[in-house]
Design a protein around this ligand. Structure first.
Ligand code: AP5
Length: 259
């Protein structure tokens, strides 16, 4: 079953699910996916965007694309990413600002892997307030923050088993979510790749960077009562169902309350 068919099946099963027509008309989010490397942010972001028909804005994907294209930014960040460290705030905020101003992001978006430092979170709050809220069609400028949690050893196993399709971006896992044919994408037949920064020694540094620099982001949004914790140690469909239920609850609850 493809992701869209799956998302529709989950829709039918969910209690209180809104209709596709309602989802098309209303603004969603903004939604922020928080969680350590390998927790499932990318996997779940792809399902959320299919459900609500909004774009995924993954700072990791945007940065990797710059590296691949050999742009000035790509050359500047290549070694930083390879070491598992965070790219400087001003560079990441710039690419996010540029992306969120695109027409397809005006109804909503899922931020995957951003913000990752408290400075980025404060920048985002201000950006959303002045660029999105002031046009009066958003219920709130503060994002819905979904934090996916999983323990250390499972994160390592998930990341070292991850394979990605370089053509369509679909994410697989040789342990939990293998392709039908070994190392080949189910959707377009492309040979799957392992990310350069998925080597174990780099993954350890990425997880350490999360502990050091991204945990304060969760504290920032907790103070604003925006965080919902999601157990990432459940089957993928179940994690999706909990996330969609949470987003729907918050979107409906926020309607009309201009905070
Ligand atoms: P980025 O690309 O954002 O990587 P990450 O945050 O480290 O997250 P991952 O993509 O590794 O994991 P994920 O949570 O998306 O997991 P996935 O769904 O793939 O960032 C890369 C680098 O870019 C950073 O290190 C940094 O240098 C730079 N960067 C990016 N953003 C930045 C920022 N804002 N500021 C500064 N620097 C930045 O799942 C993992 C695996 O598990 C998959 O194989 C999947 O199939 C499997 N899986 C998922 N869910 C389940 C489940 N429920 N059960 C079983 N298996 C599952």
């Amino acid at each position: 079953m493809d992701d869209l068919a799956l998302a529709e099946k989950i829709d039918q099963k969910r209690i209180g699910a809104s209709s596709v027509a309602e989802q098309v008309l209303r603004n969603i989010g903004p939604i922020v996916m928080l969680g350590p490397p390998g927790a499932g942010k990318g996997t779940q972001s792809k399902r959320i965007i299919q459900h609500y028909r909004i774009p995924q804005v993954s700072t990791g994907d945007l940065l990797r694309e710059h590296v691949k294209q050999g742009t000035a930014l790509g050359l500047e960040v290549r070694d930083i990413i390879a070491k598992g460290e965070l790219v400087p705030d001003h560079l990441v905020c710039d690419i996010v600002a540029w992306r969120l101003r695109e027409p397809d992001a005006q109804r909503g978006f899922v931020l995957d892997g951003f913000p990752r430092t408290e400075t980025q979170a404060i920048w985002l709050d201000a950006f959303l307030k002045f660029e999105f809220f002031e046009n009066g069609i958003w219920a709130s400028y503060l994002p819905i923050v979904l934090r996916i949690q999983l323990d250390y050893n499972k994160l390592l196993l998930r990341i070292t088993g991850r394979r990605t399709c370089p053509t369509c971006g679909r994410i697989y896992n040789i342990h939990y979510q293998p392709p039908l044919v070994d190392e080949v994408c189910d959707v377009d037949g492309t040979k799957l790749v392992t990310r350069d920064d998925d080597r174990e020694e780099v993954v350890r540094e990425r997880i350490a960077a999360y502990e050091r620099q991204t945990k304060p982001v969760a504290e920032h949004y907790k103070r604003l009562a925006r965080v919902t914790d999601i157990n990432g140690d459940l089957p993928i469909d179940e994690v999706t169902a909990r996330i969609l239920e949470s987003i729907d609850g918050k979107t409906q609850g926020a309607a009309g309350s201009k905070n």
